[in-house]
Design a protein around this ligand. Structure first.
Ligand code: ACO
Length: 423
């Protein structure tokens, strides 16, 4: 096929096992993009236990927001309510009408761009556009957005000149799908990179589409073709010929399955023991709980220290519980007095600290005052491990919210080193 032929008006096919009726089914499962090799040496399943399948461990794919969005998009395309197509100025009426519609979207959405400049590039025969159209109630397709780019076939890169979605349709996933189609098209043309001078306010969008400010394409290949100017950021996306950009969720599914298969060799993730009989639960000995010993051995290997089975059991007599609480109180008092403890003494106050989204990000907050209240209750910390788990979560929350390099995280790690010696 000649390069000229490749630039004909065309629709890009969509693969996927998607039904056309209603919302995503709750048990929807994706087909992985390739066959996933089974674990070579999975941990053996002991007698009485059973093996959970990789699909079972991962759960239904419908629970993930990115899959829901992808599913809805593919469904709209299959039902014909939206269409993505590659269009260039080939003088045909249909193409010209679509390009005119796209030019109008660009003029509205990119008000800083001079209208004649937009018109010239959109209708320029060296440029082509991926166009999104939506079916109206009168069964007409209206242009809702698009991406206009120039493929530089010899230099094997494309430059996106304009990209926009009508404001009524923004932030609904169309921009992502449009970019996926553009990547597939440029891949098909044998290109290896996409460059763009992104408006500064569109940089986060481009980042989410795999663009980076680091330009790896050799300068000789793009210099002289791309003009950088104020208020924009030159960004690059490296195309991977092996990736099907229209079916990313199937690729992620295959990667997740590979990971689970590998984990089966080093963990008991796939082994399920029968539940306890509620009749005998209270009288059961720790060593008789199926899987407990095996799980403990695994933790011992990863921690590099032995954990006595008895330490997991809650003391049943009041005297031992009192002794445990006395010891925990001594440790907690020392932790509270530590010089690095001050950020953790009280629950996080979003107003006072400026961390307005703290409780949106951190779903299980904990702090030293809450730990003290739990200790005072008397029936909460029935083992040292439960107490230690709360302290560990406090440190993990801090790192998750503030990031690894933040000074508060440094204080958290100081405190962690201190209480690890005490516990
Ligand atoms: N700032 C921050 N995040 C953004 C922006 C933005 N301006 N636009 C989209 N996003 C995020 C979305 O929140 C979403 O995030 P999520 O995946 O975490 O939920 C992600 O990017 C993808 O969003 P989509 O819904 O797929 O994108 P949308 O359909 O809104 O299209 C576009 C994005 C094309 C930038 C659209 O918002 C638009 O037309 N904006 C006005 C015109 C514009 O700025 N065009 C780019 C100019 S640069 C150039 O033309 C080379």
């Amino acid at each position: 096929m000649s390069q000229e032929d490749k630039q004909e008006l065309k629709e890009v096919p969509v693969n996927g096992n998607v039904s056309l009726s209603g919302e995503i089914p709750p048990d929807f499962r994706l087909t992985p993009c390739c066959e996933v090799p089974k674990a070579k040496h999975p941990r053996p399943v002991p007698e009485g236990a059973w093996e959970m399948s990789t699909e079972g461990i991962l759960g239904p794919d419908s629970q993930h927001a990115y899959v829901q969005r992808w599913y809805s998009m593919v469904q709209q395309e299959k039902s014909g309510s939206v269409k993505f197509q590659v269009v260039r100025n080939d003088s045909k009426r249909e193409s010209l009408m679509l390009l005119l519609g796209l030019k109008n979207v660009f003029v509205r959405q990119l008000p800083n761009m001079p209208k004649p400049y937009v018109t010239r590039l959109v209708f320029d025969r060296k440029h082509e556009s991926t166009i999104l159209t939506k079916c109206t109630s009168s069964r007409e397709y209206v242009v809702m957005g698009g991406c206009c780019y120039r493929p530089f076939l010899e230099e094997r890169f494309a430059e996106i000149a304009f990209l926009a979605i009508s404001d009524s349709e923004q932030v609904r996933g169309y921009g992502t799908r449009l970019m996926a189609y553009t990547k597939e098209r440029t891949k098909e043309l044998g290109l290896t990179h996409i460059l763009t001078c992104a408006d500064n306010n569109a940089v986060p969008y481009f980042k989410k589409q795999g663009f980076s400010k680091t330009i790896t394409l050799e300068k000789e290949r793009w210099q002289g073709y791309i003009k950088d100017y104020d208020g924009v950021t030159l960004m690059e996306c490296v195309l991977n010929p092996k990736v099907d950009y229209l079916n990313i969720p199937s690729m992620l599914k295959a990667q997740k399955m590979c990971l689970i298969e590998k984990l089966k060799e080093i963990s008991n993730i796939h082994i399920v023991y029968p539940g306890l009989d509620p009749e005998i639960r209270k009288k059961i000995r720790l060593e008789d709980i199926p899987g407990l010993k095996e799980g403990l051995e695994q933790s011992e290997r990863s921690l590099g220290k032995t954990i006595p089975l008895e330490s997991l059991a809650a003391p049943r007599d009041p005297a031992s519980l009192q002794a445990l609480h006395k010891e925990l109180q001594q440790i907690l008092t020392q932790i509270k007095q530590h010089q690095s403890a001050w950020p953790f003494l009280e629950p996080v106050d979003p107003e006072q600290t400026g961390a307005l989204d703290y409780y949106e990000v951190i779903k299980n907050p904990i702090d030293l005052r809450t730990i003290q209240e739990r200790l005072d209750r008397g029936d909460y910390y029935v083992t040292k491990e439960i107490f230690a788990a709360d302290l560990k979560r406090m440190i993990e929350n801090c790192e998750a919210y503030n990031g690894e390099k933040h000074f508060i995280t440094e204080l958290a790690h100081n405190l962690e080193r201190f209480f690890n010696q005490k516990l």
